[in-house]
Design a protein around this ligand. Structure first.
Ligand SMILES: Cc1cc2nc3c(=O)[nH]c(=O)nc-3n(C[C@H](O)[C@H](O)[C@H](O)COP(=O)(O)OP(=O)(O)OC[C@H]3O[C@@H](n4cnc5c(N)ncnc54)[C@H](O)[C@@H]3O)c2cc1C
Length: 440
């Protein structure tokens, strides 16, 4: 039992810091003097006044949340780190198109990823009570926190405005979506027509994965193929699609999904045994549902230190964060850089020091085209593409190395907190936050 009467588990405590923080009058030293060496106001609060570890709860065990949880182990004071995630395994979301196509198992054992002492709670946060500093979980349990990292990621957004999309289209943004799609594809005749709606990077990766397996794939772009890439990058992808028999419908828009067909804006109907919907991403509504300020999409509004504009005990990371100005592109690339910085903000607040403004930079977009090719679109740090890309097998190899590297990086942060890094993108514009949508 801890001093507040709660059941505690055996977390490895940093013995040396506990000695520093707890007063030891018998050796004649002045406890306050010892504590002042730490320059850690919260250490005084946390250890001397309450004599309890600082509780940090991380919501969401994806790329940003898992690395943040591992980074928190840098805390020089006694800390309880709890990671809440709905599944007992980490999901390599950037491989979900592979998982759906049946050539990769995207689930990774958290046991191999989390640092010692990080507690995993398999549950879903249903409401954050910021005033009471508690999180209500779907199981009915509640978790108390001193600091909360909000890292619940993003999800696919199948539009209600497209009749039949909600019933018949298959999103691929989450593990369970990909699982459902995989099961359907397993039962599908190899010649059956498959439609992929959305020609952003996820749509391209999904279409190419299925086409490489010999499936009859139509990719509906609704405007442009790979709009975020440079012209040469786009051409390389169009060429691959042509060579692999993918029908690319660039300007066409799907307006209805039927169980066995898609309907276009001009009324044309094309057979489609399976329709995969990759156009658009949304975010969980947890922040809005909890009365916190979000942007129009539902991302938690923060300041430049990733701290919620409502409450400095809540810090956001990854796809679910909306810092001032244009939020970073929803990506593993940004989430992996923002996660450790969210943890640093919490660590600064625990220490009573000013958190740093967060920073990040892009190097490009890495698109797999099946297992044997890819397009690595190089970009400036602000994510604008340059007219140069790496293609073919080299790109496939690089993409594979990057995918492996993301998991490796999280594991390394678990073993050696402080090793995860981020790029310096230069000073970010401190514009006011994006449109504020107050939800209650
Ligand atoms: C098929 C596909 C391919 C992609 N390829 C790339 C790529 O090549 N490069 C790239 O940079 N990005 C890519 N992305 C995007 C990338 O996966 C995301 O941007 C990234 O996962 C965001 O990381 P995150 O930590 O913010 O969220 P996530 O990785 O989504 O993790 C969020 C976690 O929070 C959990 N969660 C949600 N709600 C709750 C709740 N209420 N309580 C507790 N936990 C909750 C979720 O279940 C999840 O485990 C791809 C995405 C998809 C779908």
């Amino acid at each position: 039992m801890n001093p507040s009467g709660e059941q505690t588990e055996n977390y490895p405590i940093r013995a040396e810091m506990r000695q520093v923080c707890v007063a030891r009058p018998d050796d004649g030293s002045d406890a306050r003097h010892v504590l002042s060496h730490l320059a850690a106001l919260r250490c005084l609060e946390g250890m001397t006044q309450h004599n309890a570890p600082t509780k940090v709860v991380v919501l969401g065990g994806g790329y940003s949340g898992t690395v943040a949880a591992n980074r928190l182990r840098l805390a020089p004071t006694d800390i309880d780190i709890t990671l809440v995630n709905p599944r007992p395994h980490f999901v390599e979301r950037i491989r979900l198109h592979q998982f759906a196509a049946g050539n990769y198992d995207a689930a990774v054992d958290y046991g191999t990823m989390l640092g010692e002492g990080v507690r995993l709670v398999v549950d879903t946060a249903e409401r954050i009570d910021a005033a009471a500093r508690t999180v209500h979980l779907a199981s009915g349990a509640t978790l108390n926190y001193d600091y909360l990292i909000y890292a619940v990621g993003s999800t696919g957004a199948v539009p209600a405005s497209v009749p039949g999309a909600g019933e018949y289209a298959y999103p691929i943004a989450e593990f369970e979506h990909a699982q459902r799609l995989r099961a359907t594809l397993d039962e599908l005749h190899p010649d059956a027509p498959v439609t992929v709606v959305g020609a952003g990077l996820t749509g391209i990766e999904t279409a190419s994965e299925l086409a490489e397996q010999g499936r009859r794939v139509t990719l509906v772009c609704g405007g442009q193929l790979a709009p975020s890439l440079s012209e040469p990058g786009r051409r390389s992808i169009a060429k691959w699609m042509r060579r692999h028999g993918v029908t690319v419908m660039e300007n066409d828009v799907v307006t209805e999904v039927r169980p066995d067909a898609v309907v276009f804006a001009d009324g044309a109907v094309r057979p489609s045994a399976v329709t995969v919907w990759t156009a658009g991403f949304g975010v969980p509504d947890l922040a809005a549902h909890s009365g916190l300020h979000t942007d129009a999409l539902g991302r938690l509004l923060t300041d430049d230190t990733l701290t919620s504009i409502d409450d400095d005990r809540i810090v956001a990371a990854g796809d679910a964060a909306a810092p001032p100005g244009e939020p970073p592109r929803m990506s593993c690339q940004a989430a992996s850089q923002i996660g450790p910085q969210a943890a640093q903000t919490v660590l600064s607040r625990i220490a009573g020091t000013m958190p740093a403004e967060f920073d990040y930079g892009f190097v490009g977009s890495c698109v797999s085209l099946g297992r044997r090719a890819g397009t690595i679109q190089l970009a400036r740090k602000d994510d604008t593409p340059v007219n140069y890309y790496i293609g073919g097998r080299v790109a496939a190899w690089l993409k594979e190395a990057i995918c492996k590297g993301t998991v490796w990086g999280i594991r390394r942060e678990g073993r050696k907190p402080g090793t995860a890094f981020w790029y310096k993108g230069g000073k970010r514009a401190s514009q006011p936050a994006a449109e504020v949508v107050t939800q209650s």
